[in-house]
Design a protein around this ligand. Structure first.
Ligand code: PGA
Length: 251
């Protein structure tokens, strides 16, 4: 199975910076064509079209950082999943903890966005993870099971669909301190168990469970070296192309 490496650029790069970073990354062509790795860049919305041009024929795929749950209509300020698909996105991050926290995004929103992504043929990257307080009070596994359950409630596996669940402990994102790989492996198994409640074993197996939260060049191999972890979601360490390339080489 290919290891998935998703870069979440958040709101950090202007379109000019995103083009430059994409061009620099596209230069690592042999790296991107390695059969055991798939790199996906998630620029902010305004940079998607220009990043797409810069990545032409590079083997790097594109994703968005969010989408709305309707394709079209009177929804001021929202972004259509259908349009993201037509711009060349193949993936969409849904329910990132920053959106859950800052924009009050609910489990129901995550569920509707996941349905919308599947409807238009985007692969949802659903983010789940516990806060420090939830962890300290022993609720971690329950919180994660609950988030996965609610995200998938009443959804049927689409015939040609795919799904990624990213375990991102909220308290380590951007902190510089990742969790122990064994802990990420444990959570990956908890997530896999929930998936079996929803989908056939065959479809559940297609789901990639990845880890995110302060992944860097020094710790990346500890996560991607595990057969329980199918890839990584990288924020800060993906912003400078040269550094991100070094990180990918370690996968
Ligand atoms: P980080 O961000 O790598 O900077 O911790 C990860 C994320 O938020 O997806």
């Amino acid at each position: 199975m290919k290891k998935l490496i998703i870069a979440n650029w958040k709101m950090n790069l202007s379109p000019e910076m995103a083009v430059e970073a994409s061009k620099n990354l596209a230069k690592g062509e042999t790296l991107w064509r390695a059969t055991d790795k798939q790199v996906v860049l998630c620029p902010s919305f305004e940079s998607i079209a220009v990043a797409k041009n810069a990545l032409e024929n590079s083997g790097i795929k594109l994703g968005a950082q969010d989408c709305f749950w309707e394709d079209k209509g009177a929804y001021t300020g929202e972004v259509s999943p259908m349009v993201l698909k037509s711009l060349g996105c193949e993936y969409v991050i849904i329910g990132h903890s920053e959106r859950r926290r800052e924009l009050r995004e609910s489990d129901k929103d995550v569920n509707r966005k996941t349905a919308a992504a599947w409807r238009v043929g985007l692969t949802p990257v659903i983010c789940v993870g516990e806060t420090f307080e939830e962890r300290q009070t022993g609720k971690k596994d329950f919180v994660i099971m609950n988030q996965v359950t609610k995200a998938l409630e009443d959804l049927a596996w689409p015939s040609d669909g795919n799904l990624i669940i990213a375990y991102e402990p909220v308290w380590v994102i951007g902190s510089g301190q990742a969790v122990e790989p064994a802990e990420a492996e444990h959570v990956a198994m908890v997530i896999r168990q929930v998936l079996l409640d929803y989908f056939s074993a065959e479809n559940a197996q297609k789901v990639k469970v990845i880890y995110g939260g302060s992944v860097n060049v020094d710790n990346v191999a500890d996560f991607t070296g595990s057969s329980a972890i199918d890839g990584i979601l990288v924020g800060n360490a993906s912003l400078v192309a040269e550094n991100f390339i070094e990180l990918i080489k370690k996968v």
